[in-house]
Design a protein. Structure first.
Length: 388
């Protein structure tokens, strides 16, 4: 009883309501973080260190976390907030220190740096922000979806994708954006509608059939869905195309497989001393490049990426965006699924906004502000006229 009373007191300090008998393993990422904060407050902590606390949180959950941080501050409790997300650092910090290669680069107030200077201090590199403009877009769509739906998740979805495009699909958590991506990749077969590849009706009812039609998918959670962490970099890159490296004697042609892996290590600038090293030894940005390489090795016509820069540093984020723009310029059809609004605005030539399982708007990022797109993500589907 005493333990329960202490726990109730701790969660009450941050206005956190939860079933104390629930197993932590069943909680969401946001709930687990609030449990950790409550535990720290039980010991009367005067300083709480948060290491990348928003990596897997939605915007709404981030806002709730920031409200808690500000409440802790009002009670005299300091927070050391470790993050590579510029917008969040500027929003929540009163003072920050930028560290690069293990050394302090600068300590200053948020108003003393703009985003561009901040990025330069973090990476030692200069970045130019520019809107993506397709160089060559095919006249006919490479991918069409008409009246696509999965019971209970999304419905009546129409979309087209042309070679050379980067199409963005955005929405809040629960909008149906991830389920739509999984349907296009055959993980979640549709109950209604049809998919066409190069004008021909395609049966995308399994991952195998999606791959056969030239579709690749970079998942939202690379650690559990995209990589074999204890396997080598080389084997992760060639795993989706392993049949191509079988020798005439029936075994794996290791030399050919290693050559293919090295090609992508070089092309995507994957930082590793040895492709035989385990993927678990790499940074988040390099791990994401491995997932990209795995699908590019299959020579896809269409590449779908769900949260392509989640959990990667600012330098890797710019590099991944550069890679996607290059792939589009080479004729690939690219779809980015993300709730990172600046990412959508800067790197897509069209953006579809989803809410409650419907496409509620299509916008041109060049003429749409971040606040306008954020507002569209909450648009009531019942107000749209006809199909999205």
């Amino acid at each position: 009883k005493r333990m329960r009373a202490v726990a109730e007191e701790a969660i009450a300090k941050i206005n956190f309501t939860i079933d104390l008998d629930e197993k932590v393993g069943k909680l969401s990422v946001a709930e687990k973080q609030l449990v950790a904060i409550s535990r720290a407050l039980m010991s009367d902590a005067r300083l709480i260190i948060m290491d990348e606390p928003t990596t897997a949180l939605t915007k709404r959950e981030v806002d709730a976390l920031f409200a808690i941080i500000l409440d802790l501050k009002a009670r005299g409790i300091a927070t050391l907030f470790v993050s590579h997300k510029l917008d969040e650092v500027f929003e929540i910090s009163e003072r920050f220190t930028i560290i690069r290669n293990g050394k302090s680069v600068i300590t200053c107030l948020p108003e003393e740096l703009d985003h561009k200077s901040f990025s330069h201090h973090m990476t030692g590199r200069e970045f130019e922000d520019s809107h993506f403009t397709p160089e060559h877009v095919s006249e006919s769509p490479i991918l069409e979806a008409r009246g696509l739906g999965v019971n209970g998740t999304f419905s009546d979805v129409d979309l087209t994708l042309r070679q050379g495009e980067i199409l963005g699909i955005t929405g809040l958590l629960g909008s149906g954006r991830t389920e739509l991506a999984l349907s296009l990749f055959g993980v979640l077969p549709c109950d209604s509608g049809e998919i066409r590849i190069k004008g021909e009706v395609a049966d995308i009812s399994s991952v195998r059939s999606a791959i056969a039609h030239g579709i690749g998918y970079v998942p939202e959670d690379r650690l559990t869905e995209g990589l074999f962490l204890e396997r080598s970099i080389s084997s992760n890159i060639v795993i989706s195309e392993i049949d191509s490296f079988v020798s005439r004697f029936g075994g794996l042609d290791q030399r050919q497989a290693d050559a293919e892996a090295k090609r992508w290590v070089d092309e995507l600038r994957i930082a590793t001393p040895n492709p035989d090293n385990a993927v678990s030894t790499l940074s988040g940005g390099n791990q994401q490049r491995i997932v990209l390489a795995k699908w590019l090795a299959t020579k896809p016509k269409i590449l779908i990426l769900n949260g392509p820069t989640v959990g990667v540093d600012i330098g890797s984020k710019h590099d991944i965006h550069r890679i996607l723009r290059t792939l589009a310029s080479e004729g690939l059809g690219v779809i980015i699924i993300s709730d990172d609004i600046p990412e959508m605005i800067q790197n897509c030539n069209r953006v579809l906004a989803m809410n409650a399982g419907r496409i509620v708007a299509e916008v041109d990022p060049r003429t749409t502000t971040e606040s306008e797109l954020a507002e569209l993500m909450s648009k009531d589907p019942s107000t749209i006229d006809g199909k999205g």
